[in-house]
Design a protein. Sequence first.
Length: 454
Amino acid sequence: MSARILVVDDQPANVRVLAARLEAEYFDVSCAYGGEEAISLARTEQPDLILLDVMMPGIDGYETCRRLKADTFTQHIPVIMVTALDQREERLRGLEAGADDFLTKPVDTITLFARVRSLLRLKGVLDELRTRDQTSHISGATGEALSQDILAAHAVVVSPDARIGDRVIAALPSFVTSELETDPASAIKCIEDGADIAVVDLTSDTFDGLRVCARLRAIPKTRNLPLIAVINPDDVPCAVKALELGVNDFVHRPIDRDEFSVRVKTQLRRQQYADQLRHAIDERLELAVTDPLTGLHNRRFINARLNHAVDSANSGGAPVSVLLVDIDHFKRINDTLGHEAGDAVLRQFAGRLAGGLRALDIAARWGGEEFVVAMPGAGLAEARSAAERLRKSVSDTGFDLEDGSSVPVTISIGVAQLNAGETCQSLLRRADTALYEAKTEGRNRVEAAASAAA
């Protein structure tokens, strides 16, 4: 499906010309002839980008843009203002209203499409993050608002000319710390080490800044980093190439301090929002596979990992064993000391369990006071030895409670190694049978399942 672009202009002739250019490039175009209509269509149709005229009757383009950016349903839609006004003050006013760019009529078609495709790529990344976020029920149906507050950021300025670099640094917002790099290799390493935004000078004949931009977009760690280029005013091919390589924005020399500051803030806000979404998604995924009380993995996670290990072993890979662990007389702890004491025992046991594992082992809370450990690459003897160490570490030292007292705890463990061709469910059943035997034999002991399938 082609990208959807909303063209907004009160002059039908202008709309027709711009729509024809866009449709020739296979974009899906809708039209609005005033600010109020544009806001309504943006909410209902959710276009991928808006081309917005400034001078319109009713509410002008500036107010239209402000309303779009203030609405959580439309604030993520990129806006390019297209106008005959070319004064510095008008451009600043548009950027401060939230526009992503400000193009002057007559619009250069090559520059327009380069900017459109650049913003559409960025919106595609954010849309994917928002969809994953909403699917995980993190932010609600409309998503979170773009944060306006940026407390601090660090910029790396890349230029072979220290004078240009110093002018760039002087134009950065006051909350942004910065450093200048004149060597491309050093600059890339410095950016990888912790920049929040990079500014690359593309005006030098002795310095291939476009290669630096391309390299930054090829490195996973800097692939999504905000990247602003400094270009000469009439160098349209350079601007277009920079956008094609993944540069987020560009400014012309000589640098306008106010315009540059606004563009930097816009990029940092957008990056902060994307980072918040990624963090929320990672957090949700972590919660989906983690037991909230003990911090260990949950049953869903261990089932998936154990099935994978079993499939690998049955395909000629390394052996796999499991431990099924039960805290002895746990109900008695809950009944006599209270559920808070029981929770404290579960948490502390999880800590001892996790602390005694190999790097390959995976521990999970199976349910209630039962735990399971998957041991890829371990045979029965190694698994039984690990189980015995765990049993001893629990029985030798009591578990501390909030009132300062200590409660003795023991565990019973069933151990089983996968037989050739056996399923995950069968392996767990044999471990469970071994656990039942350990409990019936007096608890506080380890029993291993027979090697032959039951």
